[in-house]
Design a binder for this molecule. Structure first.
Ligand SMILES: *Cc1c(COP(=O)(O)O)cnc(C)c1O
Length: 413
């Protein structure tokens, strides 16, 4: 049996052995290449990241940490994990990094496990305002095991209500305060949250799953100097494999490591950890910094374009890769808008809106920027949104235009 590392080669192997699954892989590759991925959490990993993910490191069992494993034969994967940890520490200026979390949610679970006991009070952005499921949803372990209090955003400005955060912290004396969101388009004021946490004796947990890639590229403020624990994903703007990561100071290192393994996870996924190391290596380059800044420039241009088309852009714009907007002035609600845009090949999410019960749209520029698109393409995309949502461009023509635009910027050549 031969092992091949090139993605195309891997598809050939699959096609010979299991055409049914090969069809599915190729169908998804085609979907990603012929539609526009505007889901704010998505991106295109490099072929090098995919090579690490599809490597024989996937076969290795490695419970524990480098130099202290419960399995034999870990001497080589130990090096991979040490490299990943060192690169993450250097990239974010953190004293400690844990790169084993299987996902962003697992990273948050471990952060709570390291710092809290069941029943503790936690202050976090409420789910209707952009909090993640792990920030106290009753459908999630967080809402079941902890007593979450939610802060919100100002209905007019869409900005985090700092006065409310401080007042709720003083009233409820939480054990931890969480800052971070799935939909907040602006930079978070980490110094403010640190100040409030200190005032009430709470831990500060920054859930930087979305902006951590911008942090790596110097295009967003770094939460590491302010938060006790920073949770993140590696697959959003950071452009690595699907997975999570935790950054903290050396005094919490052991608690965090034990909270990941053995408390909430078993064996580490060494192929993913190697792929994280590859992504951290990419993120440390000047090219990635240029990418991160272009992501933000593109998002600003797209937000301005959507506003010019008549949509209401939350907070009036963005500091990041992420935009939320209300299409109601164009005569269509968020859910119907998402469907019409998807039919045209513009793929994005619905989200809650701060000012209304209605649903809005949430989108981001991480993936289209990886494809090489710039401000001119953002103007074109905004015009397509306007045409599709006002019903001026018929579905088939819009789909053809998106296909043509995507075709000029193939994610994998
Ligand atoms: C994406 C995200 C997560 C969860 O990441 P998964 O890998 O999907 O588990 C957690 N918190 C925030 C703020 C996120 O944006």
């Amino acid at each position: 049996m031969s092992v091949t590392h090139a993605p195309e080669g891997a598809v050939d192997v699959l096609r010979r052995q299991d055409p049914e699954l090969a069809e599915i892989l190729l169908g998804e590759l085609d979907r990603q290449a012929t539609t526009l991925q505007l889901i704010a959490a998505e991106n295109f990993t490099s072929p090098a990241v995919l090579a690490a993910l599809g490597s024989p490191l996937a076969n290795k069992y490695a419970e524990g940490y480098p130099g202290a494993r419960y399995h034999g034969g870990c001497e080589i994967v130990d090096v991979a994990e040490r490299v990943a940890v060192q690169r993450a520490q250097a990239l974010f200026g953190a004293e400690h990094a844990n790169v084993q979390s299987h996902s962003g949610s697992s990273a948050v679970l471990a952060a709570y496990a390291a710092l809290l006991r069941p029943g503790d009070t936690v202050l976090a952005l409420g789910l209707p305002y952009g909090g993640h499921l792990t920030h106290g949803s009753p459908a999630n372990f967080s809402g079941r095991w902890f007593d979450f209090v939610g802060y919100g955003v100002d209905a007019e400005t869409g900005l985090i209500d700092h006065d409310q955060v401080r007042a709720l912290a003083r009233t409820h004396r939480p054990k931890a305060i969480v800052c971070g969101s799935i939909a907040y388009p602006r930079h978070i004021d980490y110094a403010f949250f640190r100040e409030v946490a200190d005032e009430v004796g709470a831990y500060l947990i920054a859930d930087a799953a979305h902006p951590i890639g911008l942090v790596a590229g110097g295009a967003a403020p770094n939460p590491v100097p302010y938060a006790d624990v920073v949770c993140a994903t590696t697959h959003k703007v950071l452009r690595g494999p699907r997975g999570g990561m935790i950054l903290c100071g050396s005094e919490l290192a052991e608690r965090v490591d034990r909270a990941v393994f053995p408390f909430t996870q078993g064996g580490a996924q060494m192929h993913t950890i190697a792929a994280k190391a590859v992504a951290f290596g990419e993120a440390a380059t000047p090219a990635f910094s240029a990418y991160a800044h272009q992501v933000v420039a593109n998002a600003r241009m797209l937000a301005a374009g959507l506003a010019a088309e008549g949509m209401v852009v939350t907070t009036g714009g963005t500091d990041t890769h992420l935009i939320t907007a209300d299409p109601a002035p164009l005569g269509v609600d968020g859910r119907r808008a998402r469907g019409r845009l998807a039919a045209a090949g513009l793929i994005l999410d619905c989200c809650a809106l701060p000012h209304d019960d209605a649903r809005g749209l949430r989108l981001g520029t991480a993936a289209v920027t990886t494809q090489g698109m710039g401000e001119r393409e953002m103007e074109r995309i905004a015009a397509l949104f306007g045409g599709v949502l006002r019903g001026e461009v018929d579905g088939r023509r819009a789909r053809a235009e998106v296909r043509e635009l995507a075709g000029r910027f193939p994610p994998y050549s």
